[in-house]
Design a binder for this molecule. Sequence first.
Ligand SMILES: NC(=O)c1ccc[n+]([C@@H]2O[C@H](COP(=O)([O-])OP(=O)(O)OC[C@H]3O[C@@H](n4cnc5c(N)ncnc54)[C@H](O)[C@@H]3O)[C@@H](O)[C@H]2O)c1
Length: 384
Amino acid sequence: MNIGIIGAGSMGSGIAQVAATAGEEVMVFDTNAASLDKASASLTKIMNRLVEKERVTRKEADDILGRITFVDSLDYLENSELVIEAIIENLEVKQSVFSQLEELVSDICIIASNTSSLSIASISSACKNPERVIGIHFFNPAPLMKLVEIIPSISTDQEVTDKAKATIDSWKKVTALVKDTPGFIVNRVARPFYGEALRIYEEGIADFATIDWAMKEIGGFRMGPFELMDYIGNDVNYTVTETVFTAFYFDPRYKPSFTQKRFSEAGRLGRKTGRGFYNYGEGTTNPEPNKDMDLGKKIFERIQAMLINEAVDAVFWQVASAQDIDLAMRFGTNYPKGLLAWCDEIGANKPLTILENLYQTYGEDRYRPSSLLRKMAKENASFF
Ligand SMILES: NC(=O)c1ccc[n+]([C@@H]2O[C@H](COP(=O)([O-])OP(=O)(O)OC[C@H]3O[C@@H](n4cnc5c(N)ncnc54)[C@H](O)[C@@H]3O)[C@@H](O)[C@H]2O)c1
């Protein structure tokens, strides 16, 4: 299959690697020559490393690289059967690229966006045939993260959705079908992992190290929320939260945190600046957690209840199937368990009781339990 990629940044080059590894012929276009050079050099380096580690043979690596062509004009993408756009996150720029592309490619070409925060409906509205436009959302780094969210808009043809899903499945990815709603699955359902951890810190219940310890030690998460925010970057993570909050008409469940905003404003972005919630400088020591099991359990169960409620609410609003929501959280964030399977395991009544207590204590809409969680608890029902 001929695949076109627009944008040779971190996502575009990662997606090109995935597609070429799956045997597709790939053309990567970028308006910036330096980005093309950088992507080409970085892909060569990555493939050399994979040969050294004996993950691929020299011949396979050369074949993969041979299937990727970097081009400096959109016109080269004319014969593409699927184009995935991964350029700057700006609606006007994306719309302009989509309307140019539509004139260039054949009628059967599927045009996809890798957007994280814009609606597929808004991007496709620039096209004469929005029926062939879809969201194909990879996670960073695309070659390592197994999940891809497939997002048809209200205009997308079923045939286009089926073909897009089958193609990405054939690239050995795990696909989750999701409605064109803010944050899709992962960036919506994962919000409480950060937001509730920040809130617990802001209330003075525990410090960063203790909250991270509780989530790892008791919850089984690979990274604590503060370690993960430092890894993602406080600027990036804050912007995702603010975008989701705004897109949900300021639902208090997604309210951003002043703590994270200040860390971001102060340039304490995390690993990439050497300092975030933790200090990454050489010879520095970070605070030790308070390993009080009762406190740890309280922290973990509060964040877990908020996460489960978010996942259950996404089922309630038919954002995706229960199965796809659990797949998305396991493969898009590496959570130890699917949140709905976790709900089944502990029983819906447990997170419901925690949320009702929080709601009683604070009187805030943020802690309202999903009506589906109430129903599940009342009927003692399970998702799977
Ligand atoms: N970085 C992530 O973690 C991540 C994850 C999932 C989705 N996304 C989405 O993927 C897209 C790209 O993100 P990224 O992190 O790779 O960005 P990036 O800044 O690394 O790369 C963007 C590239 O697009 C090029 N570009 C800009 N305008 C262009 C145009 N009109 N035509 C052709 N090329 C153009 C730039 O020169 C640059 O090389 C965004 O929509 C983003 O929301 C990002």
